[in-house]
Ligand binder design. Structure first.
Ligand SMILES: Nc1ncnc2c1ncn2[C@@H]1O[C@H](COP(=O)(O)OP(=O)(O)OP(=O)(O)O)[C@@H](O)[C@H]1O
Ligand SMILES: [Mg+2]
Length: 177
């Protein structure tokens, strides 16, 4: 599967990557965020929210207990953390359908909990912990416009390699796979 890989060398890099991703999202996008506890999924969503234009004064926190947090950005952002869902049936009580199939953007932590309910057309992001401060982040865009969008993202994400505002520990190294 064609995609992108980043080596994040600190929180600031992951935030910056998220922010850039936020600027590239389109209405209806669903992002499946994978990675173990503490990988940096919520941190990446915080960056995405900023990229979608959510003001820094609005805190983006983990929806661990609320399961769904929503933010009124340029595109409505629905951030879900399904860690506590053990059966797809438990989703029946949550307003997730609207979030997943509306004109906003959904970012879902622990998407495996959705089983077959997870849309096939989606953006897969996997974060692997490679050290205390380092993360390996893989992105793959799936669906009808996957090839076209991947090419655009590769191009658009190149410039964060040299961004000066990556606050801690240098900037992510980008390469297409
Ligand atoms: N390069 C990095 N990118 C992201 N997070 C990092 C990085 N380096 C260190 N961290 C730390 O890793 C933690 C990531 O926490 P975060 O809540 O985003 O994880 P999560 O994947 O959402 O976990 P959970 O599954 O429990 O919700 C934070 O404490 C953050 O400071
Ligand atoms: Mg989280």
């Amino acid at each position: 599967m064609k995609g992108l890989r980043f080596e994040s060398s600190g929180e600031g890099c992951t935030l910056l990557l998220g922010e850039k991703i936020g600027t590239l999202l389109e209405p209806g996008d669903v992002i499946a965020l994978r990675g173990e506890l503490g990988a940096g999924k919520t941190l990446l969503v915080r960056g995405i929210a900023r990229g979608l234009g959510l003001p820094p004064s609005v805190p983006v926190t983990s929806p661990t207990f609320t399961i769904i947090n929503e933010y009124p950005a340029h595109l409505h952002l629905c951030h879900m953390d399904l860690y506590r869902i053990s059966e797809p049936d438990e989703m029946d009580t949550l307003p997730w359908q609207e979030s997943l199939f509306g004109n906003g953007v959904a970012a879902i932590e622990w998407p495996e909990r959705l089983g077959g309910l997870l849309p096939a057309e989606r953006i897969e992001i996997e974060i692997r912990i490679t050290g205390d401060e380092t993360r390996s982040i893989r992105i793959s865009i799936r669906g009808k416009k996957a090839g076209e969008r991947t090419a655009k993202w590769v191009e658009e994400l190149q410039d964060i390699k040299s961004a000066e505002n990556c606050v801690r520990g240098g900037c992510p190294k980008t390469k297409s796979q």
